[in-house]
Design a protein around this ligand. Structure first.
Ligand SMILES: [Fe+2]
Length: 292
């Protein structure tokens, strides 16, 4: 059976993608940020997951204010990187996994999570920057990716608790797929940042660190944070953190924290990163199961 073995949380700042694409990762401004992902790249290279589910938000690229799905599931065979106004990132096409994605659609919808099914979609930095951070610059991404898109752009976004519950339903869906796949799930976006109005540039490391701790050790507590608290403490774009709760809900209650990184600033946001393994999972060095 398929199973989720680990979760990854990371911010998905567009400037990080530009720094990678333009070969600036060793520059003094960027080096401390990218150094914090080195261990994670080694970890995932050893883990060799068969598939990644990436929970992210679209930034008015595939969707607009004309259509705003709260949760959308990418069921296509491939997803092209989007042109977000300065050309497409020179990153590989993202290949999907329609078989598992459709299985997830059935499991989730019959489980009363009414996801929008998306059969054609371009993916923006929200999805491709996390892949670059973990997988570097390969000719082809090392595994298929199923995009799960969450509306955090137009009020009202889903609650943290709904996101945690969706993660649990995703775990159930994956666990009932009759193929031997080892799956990792990404929660992306955040941490504290505000891009607009009087408080533009807001970063709140104290809130961010509390959130990281709660996400690892008290996911229910993290899921109870109301929207107004994200807005007040983490800025208007800090609400992206609810997407990390989807990832967390897909893991065991008890997890092993493999790695944590926090860096301020990158462009105009705080960058947070966690690697979590299900406590029951085998360490990567013990065995890789079957490749897809
Ligand atoms: Fe974002």
């Amino acid at each position: 059976m398929a199973r989720i073995v680990a979760g990854i949380a990371t911010s998905h700042v567009p400037a990080i993608g530009a720094a990678i694409d333009q070969g600036k990762t060793d520059e003094p401004y960027w080096q401390p940020l990218f150094r914090g992902f080195e261990k994670s790249r080694q970890w995932i290279a050893a883990l060799q997951p068969d598939l990644a589910i990436v929970v992210y938000n679209d930034h008015a690229t595939a969707f607009s204010l004309e259509v705003i799905p709260t949760f959308a599931l990418g069921c296509a065979a491939e997803f092209a990187p989007a042109d977000e106004g300065w050309g497409r990132r020179k990153v590989p096409i993202v290949y999907g996994h329609p078989e598992l994605a459709w299985h997830m659609a059935q499991s989730l919808i019959l489980d009363e999570f009414d996801l929008t099914i998306v059969n054609r979609m371009e993916v923006d930095h929200g999805l491709t920057v996390p892949l670059s951070l973990l997988f570097g610059q390969p000719q082809r991404w090392p595994c298929p990716v199923i995009p799960v898109c969450v509306n955090v752009v137009q009020y009202p976004p889903p609650t943290g608790n709904r996101c945690l519950q969706l993660g649990r339903a995703i775990r159930k869906a994956v666990g009932s797929f009759d193929r031997d796949l080892r799956v990792v799930i990404f929660g992306t976006g955040g941490m504290s940042h505000q891009l607009q109005a009087e408080r533009a540039g807001l970063i709140n490391p104290e809130f961010d660190r509390r959130f990281l701790d709660a996400l690892v050790h008290d996911p229910r507590g993290a899921a109870a944070i109301p929207h107004i608290e994200y807005l007040r403490e983490a800025g208007s774009e800090g609400i992206e953190l609810v997407m990390w709760l989807v990832m967390r809900g897909a893991l065991d209650d008890r997890v092993t924290e493999i790695h944590r990184h926090y860096h301020v600033p990158a462009s105009n946001t705080a960058v947070g990163h966690l690697v979590l393994e299900n406590a029951a999972s085998q360490p990567p060095s013990v065995g890789h199961g079957h490749r897809n």
